[in-house]
Write a protein of this length. Structure first.
Length: 220
């Protein structure tokens, strides 16, 4: 960690070192209640929610966790059942990350255990793994093509040129980027920075497409 240049240097599960900028806007979601970003020690296992800001990779949030396990979100590029090998596209790594699925690993879809054979290209998954062994012991399927989702939270930013809204999602404390290109002008007008909204979206295998937007009761 480099507090002078406001950078995190992390060793990703893809095997490469990545520099990520941070500043006062970066949220720390610590394992312990009173940790500070400047106190994240070398060797900590972290999950970083990033965005491109001014041409640099910027940390919106940094989540710390226990060093004996790690959590990784990504999109399935392929699953080789014969080798129990799962390859993911990680948001901060341009190359695919290959993980071994441990024989004792559980795969969960909508709260129900399923066979690893169900894993297919395009799915969004969350993986729990041992950093030392690079082996997954649990895989949760978060989304697959055609699934509908409800998001509720505060609008962080709206990029009309790119057709994307960034939402701080209440349920998992993550920042979600949702596509708004199909919305009419009156619906897009509800997406003001700082507004609290309820959003219905559909996953198309690549991104979440917003279908409806309503203002939450918590708005002033």
């Amino acid at each position: 960690m480099d507090p002078i240049h406001d950078q995190l240097l992390i060793h990703s599960f893809g095997g490469k070192d990545i520099r990520i900028a941070f500043d006062g806007r970066t949220q720390l979601l610590p394992e312990t209640a009173h940790a500070h970003l400047t106190a994240v020690p070398t060797g900590s296992v972290v999950s970083v929610d990033t965005v491109i800001d001014g041409g640099k990779l910027f940390a919106r949030s940094v989540r710390t966790g226990p060093s004996n396990t790690a959590e990784l979100d990504g999109q399935v590029l392929r699953y080789d059942a014969a080798k129990s090998q799962l390859t993911l596209r990680d948001p901060i790594s341009p190359e695919g990350i290959s993980l071994h699925i441990a024989p004792s690993a559980t795969v969960v879809n909508q709260g129900q255990p399923v066979s690893p054979q169900i894993l297919s290209t395009g799915m969004l998954v969350r993986v729990w793994l041992s950093p030392t062994e690079n082996a997954a012991n649990k895989v949760e399927i978060l989304a697959e093509r055609g699934n509908s989702f409800t998001f509720e939270g505060r609008v962080v930013a709206v990029d009309l040129r790119s057709g994307v809204v960034a939402l701080s999602n209440n349920s998992d404390q993550s920042v979600r980027e949702l596509a708004i290109g199909s919305l009419d002008a009156s619906t897009r007008a509800l997406l003001r920075e700082g507004a609290n909204v309820n959003i219905q979206a559909e996953f198309d295998g690549d991104r979440y497409n917003v279908r409806t937007v309503t203002l939450a009761a918590s708005n002033p």
